[in-house]
Design a protein around this ligand. Structure first.
Ligand code: PEP
Ligand code: MN
Length: 270
């Protein structure tokens, strides 16, 4: 079987999150740290004019000694703040046993780079979202080829979970000036091989906030359908990924900064 043919799916876009004429920005903190922190960070996302907010409750930390997230308590904070502000939430699931719980509290389930090849998790998520309004953001593993990434998406779609958004978040290379290397070619290639939307995470790719906006502009030009960026109301104090979080002022200007680029691509930043 032609592998690329198999990677092509009939799935269109997601539940309103991604549309061909828009450029969707999802912003928010790496992690839900407390009610106050998440509420302040989510409010800044709302005030910047965005509708989707990210916040991790179950965190896939490289070290078992790092803060692992607040778990269910974090999900409750996420959904109560989001409901109050009228925002839709994106949050990661690590364990198949938590899928239903995560779906109760968030609109979109993130599958992280470290779990891209966790096929039983992919299948369970695909089956769980089938026939629902929930979507999935599937991060590319940092040493996965485009083909492996697209086939991972098929583990979700073949279970009936159509609402899958691919997310390029940087791959591991010899380069050390950035945390990972943002592979924009992969965005273009993936869009040619599949009908699934593709968004970019410039925050984890760069690992440094000064590169997030330039990489976001480049993502628009590379035909991406949107972005997922980390932002925090007080970045210096963030418990996770502090160096890459955009401060509130940068978030406030993001829409205006990106719109000329998005406009040139026939899209509206939302
Ligand atoms: C995250 O989004 O906070 C995260 C851990 O991302 P990734 O899986 O891409 O490393
Ligand atoms: Mn992070």
């Amino acid at each position: 079987m032609d592998i690329l043919e198999s990677a092509r799916t009939n799935a269109q876009t997601t539940n309103g999150m991604i549309r061909p004429s828009t450029f969707r920005v999802v912003a928010g903190p790496c992690t839900v740290e407390s009610y106050e922190q998440y509420a302040a960070s989510a409010k800044a996302v709302k005030e910047a004019g965005f509708e989707y907010v990210r916040g991790g409750a179950f965190k896939p930390r490289t070290s078992p000694y790092s803060f692992q997230g607040l778990g269910e308590e974090g999900l409750k904070i996420l959904s109560s703040v989001n409901d109050e502000l009228g925002l839709k939430g994106v949050t990661e699931v690590l364990d198949p046993a938590d899928i239903e719980l995560v779906m109760e509290h968030a609109q979109v389930i993130q599958i992280g780079a470290r779990n891209m090849a966790n096929f039983s998790l992919l299948k369970r998520v695909g089956a769980a979202i089938k026939g629902t309004d929930h979507g999935v953001v599937l991060k590319r593993g940092f040493s996965a080829t485009v083909e492996e990434w697209l086939l991972a998406a098929e583990y979700v779609t073949s279970e009936g979970g159509d609402n899958v958004v691919l997310c390029e978040r940087g791959i591991r290379t010899f380069e050390t000036s950035t945390r990972f290397t943002l592979d924009l070619s992969a965005v273009i290639v993936a869009k040619r091989l599949t009908d699934l939307p593709v968004i970019v995470d410039p925050s984890h790719a760069a690992g440094r906030r000064d590169l997030v906006i330039p990489l976001s502009k480049a993502s628009v030009a590379a035909e991406a359908d949107g972005l997922i960026v980390e932002s925090h109301h007080d970045p210096q104090e963030a418990l996770c990924d502090a160096e890459q979080a955009l401060p509130v002022e940068a978030l406030q200007g993001l829409r205006e900064t990106l719109q000329p680029f998005a406009g040139a691509m026939g899209r509206e930043v939302i």
